[in-house]
Ligand binder design. Structure first.
Ligand SMILES: Cc1cc2nc3c(=O)[nH]c(=O)nc-3n(C[C@H](O)[C@H](O)[C@H](O)COP(=O)(O)OP(=O)(O)OC[C@H]3O[C@@H](n4cnc5c(N)ncnc54)[C@H](O)[C@@H]3O)c2cc1C
Length: 303
């Protein structure tokens, strides 16, 4: 740790989640002489993330440039078509990537696979030092950079990046305020096995209570999909408590015939749905990144 404290860091990134790890890898690759300190309160993959992310085409380009796409692609499913419908209403929309001369609208990957690829890549860069440490108690400006007060002492960096996700205390200690809007909804996330292969088709289905998104996943004969079901909190609680069979029956009622039939669900995990935006995302020698800067409704799979 004393080595960490005595070095000059070009970048200190607080939070080694998807955003912080990705930035560390991008910076390390960009300039081999940049020294990057990546700090997290937790050891890698302490809590499994069961969510899946829809990666836009530009994100796939970035991962390709980083040389990571080849390790990831086998665990992704391309979204080649999108069906948008409104339960109880006639209107609907169908989009097809090939009609727009696109290979895919995006690719869906389970966050755990993405995190694994990042974790494997981090040690291959000697200019990244990853440490597990209690949260810095303070970040304060100093001439030409920032100092971080860690439990073990003070550490200096040209640029500090706060990428601590929903844990916003560090930014708030710097006087950064957040505007938030509570949608009064919970996003219930689960992986489903469907009766039919998804063939790259994603569904966005609006219901009276909230949106249901089904995103294609890789593997198992293309029958796995990632579900994001936004519901009022009390309904989500009930859906979490009900048996797997009861859950599937309720879900299929909402899906109707357009999105196919769900057969099985593995686990159910809930996230409150809020729009939270930091009033300041950039200061001299300071940057807020990822959920530390903003979080938004996951309705379009573009959180
Ligand atoms: C239902 C749902 C669906 C979503 N779908 C998509 C999607 O399709 N596409 C998409 O792009 N995004 C999606 N998102 C959003 C995406 O999951 C988040 O934007 C992303 O995971 C945020 O990553 P992060 O690195 O900013 O934060 P996190 O993943 O929360 O990581 C923060 C890290 O910081 C560490 N930490 C916290 N505080 C400190 C501290 N003080 N000191 C040191 N370390 C600290 C934590 O241990 C953690 O490792 C979705 C979100 C939800 C809820």
């Amino acid at each position: 740790m004393s080595g960490v404290l005595n070095q000059h860091w070009h970048f200190a990134i607080v939070g080694a989640g998807l955003s912080g790890s990705c930035l560390a890898l991008l910076l390390a690759r960009e300039q081999r002489q940049w020294n990057i300190l990546l700090i997290d309160t937790q050891a890698p993959a302490t809590e499994p993330d069961h969510r899946a992310s829809a990666l836009s085409a530009s994100t796939v380009d970035v991962l390709q440039t980083m040389g990571l796409w080849s390790d990831l692609e086998a665990n992704t499913a391309a979204i080649t078509a999108i069906d948008v419908s409104d339960r109880g209403h006639l209107g609907s929309a169908s989009l097809n990537a090939s009609e727009q001369k696109l290979r895919a609208y995006g690719h869906v990957v389970e966050n755990a696979h993405l995190a694994e690829v990042f974790e494997q890549a981090l040690p291959t860069f000697p200019n990244i030092t990853r440490i597990q440490s209690s949260a810095p108690s303070l970040i304060k400006p100093r001439r030409g950079g920032m100092s971080l007060i860690l439990e073990q002492g003070e550490c200096l960096a040209d640029l500090v990046v706060i990428a601590g996700g929903e844990h916003r205390a560090l930014a708030e200690k710097l006087g950064i305020t957040y505007r938030s809007y509570d949608y009064q909804r919970v996003a219930m996330v689960a992986n489903l096995t469907m009766a039919e292969a998804h063939a790259g088709l994603a569904h966005e289905r609006f219901t009276g209570d909230g949106a249901i998104a089904l995103l294609p996943l890789s593997g198992e004969g293309e029958k796995r999909v990632s579900l994001v079901w936004t519901l009022p909190a009390e309904q989500a609680e009930a859906m979490q408590a009900v048996s797997a069979e009861g859950f599937i029956v309720s879900l299929n009622e909402q899906l109707g015939s357009r999105a196919g039939t769900a057969l099985e669900v593995d686990y159910r995990q809930c996230f409150p749905v809020k729009k939270i935006i930091a009033a300041e995302q950039v200061r001299s020698h300071l940057l807020l990144l990822g959920n530390a800067a903003h979080s938004m409704h996951p309705v379009a799979g573009q959180g």
